[in-house]
Design a protein around this ligand. Structure first.
Ligand SMILES: Cc1cc2nc3c(=O)[nH]c(=O)nc-3n(C[C@H](O)[C@H](O)[C@H](O)COP(=O)(O)O)c2cc1C
Length: 208
């Protein structure tokens, strides 16, 4: 069965990025009722700490060394997470902006799955090469500030360039960003930003 993977990255019950994801997925289910939607909730699902055997495994791979048993087990956890992603024909990431970037759980997810021989490889002549195939991907990014219209009062968005680069590094370049913000401040501006993002998401869902 064709699959959409949803990486859900806000821990909040009244999350704006999750609300945007619900609008998108409602439309997507109507457009493609036969698709499987696989939800990875980064705050509920178990994710390995990137320490000990799993980080050693990364260095062993990079240095062309064989794994010991613990490293093999650590790498297998990364493999399971990466395979879940790679089996999806479509990807939806809904995430808050936290401290100019992404929540640490989403960074942890990237740190675990970006592994040599799994999602990228190094070629001495060509440099770093992605191992995953490209696939349509949407990132819903909720922020207290307004990054959609540029009224960001001098605040910085490092989430968008980070996500674009991290996904491109493993092979996913077909990425569209849907900012939702401001989600803080005057109620009217929050409502307008939410409504405009939801309209856009409902439209995108029909053709995703
Ligand atoms: C720890 C933390 C850091 C934040 N940092 C930023 C930031 O750097 N820029 C910004 O515009 N908003 C920031 N915010 C506000 C959130 O982006 C905003 O509340 C957003 O709606 C969160 O997404 P969610 O509603 O999906 O949980 C921060 C919020 C938290 C809790």
């Amino acid at each position: 069965m064709a699959k959409l993977l949803h990486l859900s990255c806000s821990p909040r019950a009244d999350s704006e990025s999750s609300a945007g994801a619900r609008i998108f997925l409602d439309g997507f289910r109507q457009a493609r009722p036969d698709w499987d939607i696989d939800v990875v909730d980064l705050w509920r699902d178990r994710m390995p700490e990137f320490a000990g055997p799993i980080v050693q495994a990364k260095y062993a791979r990079m240095n062309g060394e064989a794994f010991n048993d613990a490293q093999r087990d650590g790498f297998a956890e990364a493999e399971r997470m990466a395979v879940r992603f790679s089996l999806a024909e479509r990807v939806l990431i809904s995430t808050p902006m936290w401290n100019f970037g992404i929540p640490y759980k989403l960074k942890q997810w990237f740190d675990v799955v970006i592994q040599p021989g799994l999602t990228f490889r190094f070629d001495p002549a060509q440099g770093y090469l992605p191992l995953l195939k490209d696939r349509p991907t949407i990132v819903i990014l909720a922020s207290g500030s307004d990054f959609a219209t540029g009224m960001n009062r001098g605040r910085t968005d490092m989430a968008t360039p980070y996500l674009r680069e991290a996904l491109r590094f493993i092979g996913v370049s077909d990425v569209r960003f849907v900012p939702i913000g401001p989600t803080a401040g005057p109620a009217e501006a929050i409502r307008a930003a939410r409504d405009s993002a939801h309209r856009r998401l409902a439209e995108m869902a029909k053709r995703f």
